[in-house]
Design a protein around this ligand. Structure first.
Ligand SMILES: Cc1cc2nc3c(=O)[nH]c(=O)nc-3n(C[C@H](O)[C@H](O)[C@H](O)COP(=O)(O)OP(=O)(O)OC[C@H]3O[C@@H](n4cnc5c(N)ncnc54)[C@H](O)[C@@H]3O)c2cc1C
Length: 534
């Protein structure tokens, strides 16, 4: 049955999804928001470092922020798009403050600006080391109590419904989405506009800083609807994730290195000495590769991030969250170096869109990490992604509103209901578990920080086998959350491999030992669903 008919269906409850839902409702649009887990599970809420924005105009400028972003992105960024986001930073921060989000201030009442890798100036606005929590708690509270927004937790988007695909109209446009509900039925959410705000795809890799929900669903859903995915080989590996058996996916923020933390081998030698002039604050791709090379060569399982020279008073006050997390596993950051490893962190590529989130399918919009706009290029500058999510959440709603007001929508559109006739429960869930683990291992080993032609070829061969099994499974058995995620992970993994094979150079986050040079001209890679294995 049709559960909800809204002007806008938002998929995802990170900063981009919740932010857009609020902006839309404030314009009088009705909004249904579905989210896979609870409203508070997302990458946004995990953000520690903060949001990059030019604040101190005595020392900083838009042109410096633009040039830092393009340097980190190794020229694959689109300069006009970088400028678009950078110029909107101060306004985005102001808007958050007006909503009641409290950022950390200095003794003079100004923002206490942090510094992170690749930034030439202090420009990271933060709320201690729990910036994401502060932002999401305020935005989610507002969204939860807004009368025009209905939030459906534990609802997983399965596939978009477009008029062409379902032969319910002459013009192609989006009309809704099939959604798996907590009682394991698939329901129809009809809407004249849909916003995909599902974040990235960290779970495609064995080690990641991302929460469990981040399985690239939106990318696969958008590709199946007909959108192209751009630069998907550009996966950012964060250099410092806590290495501890009792704490997985815990990020140790770059802000620690911004305040003087030093990466050291287990023997105590500085890892970044002689690697890059910015040493521990070199761009993330360079730091992650240096650590990866050291671990592969030494056979060690981790390196250390040493903060012990900075003193307990400063560390406990500046990083209370990290202090507590480390303490919970027996590490006192003022006295013990923190064991860390690199892990998949951020998807710089994504679905092709304008900076306002407009896609090639009428009525379908994207915002946040899922979008490829041209901001990040070959490597995201730290703290530019919350900026992207905040700016897009606002801008996309202007375009959604305009689209709704400039189109006529039929009163009734005969959207077919989900058909699971003849489908039975899966007899062997082990198939899902096995393939899930296999994809994540093979992506880590063959399509990780350093790649080669033969590793990519091997990865593609394995994906072909997995994809065949999963496709058969998907059409014959009742769908579950795990099966939806696995089907999407397979498409995203294959897209990353195909994109990596298309890039015949090493640039930024993509390092292929068979093409070590950077080509003179920076060009995007693009993959469509038709190019993937049948
Ligand atoms: C540990 C960590 C620290 C970070 N620190 C910073 C930082 O300091 N500064 C910075 O700028 N960036 C940081 N980032 C990156 C930044 O948090 C993200 O890029 C950004 O928050 C993405 O926001 P989003 O709204 O696009 O997606 P997310 O916040 O990831 O939200 C995606 C939402 O979509 C939902 N979803 C996914 N699939 C489905 C589906 N099929 N159906 C329904 N719902 C679905 C998820 O449940 C989730 O609610 C960090 C990331 C991590 C993981």
């Amino acid at each position: 049955m049709t559960k909800f008919h809204s002007d806008l269906l938002v998929i995802g409850s990170g900063l981009s999804g919740l932010g857009a839902a609020l902006h839309a409702a404030e314009r009088g649009l009705t909004v249904a928001l579905v989210t896979k887990n609870s409203v508070s599970v997302s990458c946004s809420i995990e953000a520690q470092g903060g949001i990059a924005s030019v604040i101190d105009i005595q020392t900083d400028s838009f042109s410096k922020h633009i040039s830092d972003t393009i340097n980190a992105g190794v020229g694959l960024n689109k300069p006009e798009i970088v400028e678009y986001f950078v110029r909107r930073g101060p306004e985005a921060i102001k808007e958050m403050e007006l909503r009641g989000i409290r950022f950390t201030k200095n003794s003079k009442g100004g923002f206490d600006l942090g510094k992170e890798g690749g930034h030439s100036e202090r420009r990271v606005v933060h709320a201690g080391d729990i910036t994401g929590q502060q932002i999401i708690s305020v935005v989610a509270q507002e969204a939860l109590k807004h009368p025009l927004i209905s939030i459906y937790e534990n609802h997983t988007a399965v596939d978009l419904i477009t008029t062409n695909k379902f032969k319910i109209g002459s013009d192609n446009r989006v009309v809704g989405c099939y959604v798996l509900t907590p009682d394991e039925s698939v329901e129809l959410f009809a809407a004249n506009t849909v916003l995909l705000a599902t974040g990235g795809c960290g779970k495609v890799y064995l080690y990641t800083s991302n929460p469990r929900v981040t399985s690239g669903d939106g990318v696969a859903i958008g590709m199946r609807a007909g959108l192209s995915a751009i630069n998907m080989e550009m996966i950012q590996f964060h250099p410092t994730i806590l290495h501890h058996e009792k704490a997985t996916s815990v990020l140790i923020s770059e802000a620690l290195r911004g305040e003087g933390g030093i990466l050291k081998t287990v023997d105590g030698n500085p890892v970044m000495e002689g690697v890059h002039p910015l040493k521990d604050l070199a761009p993330r791709d360079i730091v992650a590769r240096a650590i990866d090379a050291h671990l592969k060569q030494s056979g060690d399982d981790f390196i250390y991030l040493d903060m012990t020279h900075l003193g307990a008073d400063f560390l406990y006050k500046r990083f209370p969250n990290i202090t507590n997390i480390c303490k919970s596993v027996g590490i006192d950051i003022a006295n013990d170096p923190i064991p860390v490893v690199p892990a998949a962190h951020y998807m710089c590529g994504g679905l092709k869109a304008t900076p306002e989130g407009v896609t090639d399918i009428p009525g379908l919009f994207v915002a946040g990490e899922i979008a490829h706009t041209g901001l990040h290029g070959a490597n995201r500058l730290a703290s530019n992604s919350l900026l992207e999510a905040a700016v897009m959440a606002r801008e996309v709603v202007h375009h959604i509103d305009t689209y709704l007001h400039s189109h006529d929508f039929p009163e009734k559109c005969n959207i077919p209901l989900w058909n699971d006739e003849g489908i039975t429960d899966s007899p062997e869930n082990i198939v899902i578990k096995q393939n899930w683990e296999e994809i994540r291992h093979l992506m880590w080993n063959y399509v990780g920080i350093v790649r080669s032609n033969s590793r990519l070829k091997r990865a593609m061969k394995r994906i072909a086998v997995i994809k065949e099994e999963i496709t058969e499974y998907y059409w014959n058995f009742k769908i579950t959350n795990d099966l939806i995620e696995l089907r999407n992970l397979t498409i995203v993994a294959e897209t990353i491999i195909r994109s990596a094979q298309k890039r015949k150079e090493s640039r930024g986050l993509h390092h292929n030992i068979d093409f070590p040079e950077r080509q003179a001209k920076a060009e995007d890679t693009s993959v469509s669903i038709e190019e993937l294995l049948p």
